[in-house]
Ligand binder design. Structure first.
Ligand code: CP
Length: 309
């Protein structure tokens, strides 16, 4: 058992130490081997129950937490926020106390409210995992991105990484800024001024409003979706203009290193933030990111639940 993370929450990468992050990545790399087997099942978490509580839609994160738990023989119970008693007015605190009383050993939550996972973690004694809280953080996405970069490049130390697009609304960007810089990368945030974070000066990253300048010589290009659902006013003139100025296509990629890789956390809008052909290039590793997401979530459940075998 690795005691570094046993019994702890995974709420953000801003406060997570580098040793803990490396333990998660190294453990995820070993679980990657289980995912390549014909029979993807180990008894590691037999008898443990994992609850996923999602108040926002998800394809990748929710499914991969469920798969991760099931591949390790945990009992996984999925609750969608809209189908829970929260829709009848039950508070988040009472919801978490109820899940604890129902003998959940760990709760994974996605919420539109930044900071809600931290609050929930104060209310219950079982580990809480943040699966995305508002515009704040998405730590397991940051870890799966780091794992994908490490696999492709051998090491993260000294790499130049450009995160391009709607950074202001992106919890993925925040987790990556904290996570990748702790692992030794230099991070650039690239986008129109209206989509760069208002608190950019407290983040360990540089800001660029020119796409070509932002991508110049980078090793990794991470493209972000425009999160229209989180915009309460127009932050760019038209989708066509955004695409012309900030859409990542082969022409824009020519500014990056010849062996630069392309990542996108998904869901992608081809033809908007990324051209239709770029995701299908060999340098684009979106499917690898998804598979690594299962491995990272296996590692998260394994280490937080303090599994022995
Ligand atoms: N990357 C990500 O969080 O995707 P989902 O919203 O599909 O979970």
């Amino acid at each position: 058992m690795n005691p570094l993370l046993a019994g702890r929450d995974l709420l953000d990468l801003e406060t997570l130490g580098r040793p803990e992050m490396e333990a998660l990545l190294d453990t995820a790399a070993t679980f990657g081997e289980v995912l390549r087997r014909d029979v993807k099942k180990v008894p590691t978490l037999r008898g443990k129950s994992v609850v996923t509580l999602f108040f926002e839609n998800s394809t990748r994160t929710r499914t991969s937490f469920e798969a991760a738990g099931k591949y390790m023989s945990a009992d996984v119970i999925n609750i969608s926020g809209s189908a829970s008693s929260a829709s009848k007015g039950e508070s988040l605190r009472d919801t978490f106390l109820t899940l604890q009383a129902l003998t959940a050993d760990l709760v994974v939550m996605r919420t539109p409210y930044s900071g809600a996972c931290h609050q929930a973690a104060d209310w219950v004694g079982v580990p809480v995992v943040n699966a995305g809280d508002g515009t704040h953080e998405h730590p397991t996405q940051g870890l799966l991105d780091a794992l994908t970069i490490r696999e492709a490049k051998g090491s993260i130390e000294g790499l130049n990484v450009a995160i391009v697009g709607d950074v202001a609304h992106s919890r993925v960007a925040r987790s990556n800024v904290w996570g990748l810089t702790k692992l030794g990368a230099n991070v650039r945030l690239v986008g129109p001024r209206t989509l760069l974070p208002a608190d950019a000066e407290r983040l360990p990253a540089t800001c660029h409003t020119d796409l070509r300048e932002g991508l110049d010589g980078v090793d990794v290009v991470m493209v972000l979706r425009l999160q229209l659902e989180r915009m309460d006013r127009a932050l760019f003139p038209t989708p066509r203009e955004y695409c012309n100025l900030y859409g990542v296509g082969t022409k824009a990629l020519a500014a990056a290193k010849a062996d630069a890789i392309v990542l996108h956390p998904g869901p992608m809008n081809r033809g908007l933030e990324i051209s239709g052909d770029v995701p299908d290039l060999p340098r684009s590793l979106m499917e690898r990111q998804v598979t690594n997401g299962v491995a990272v979530r296996m590692a998260t459940l394994y280490l937080l639940l303090g599994a022995e075998g």
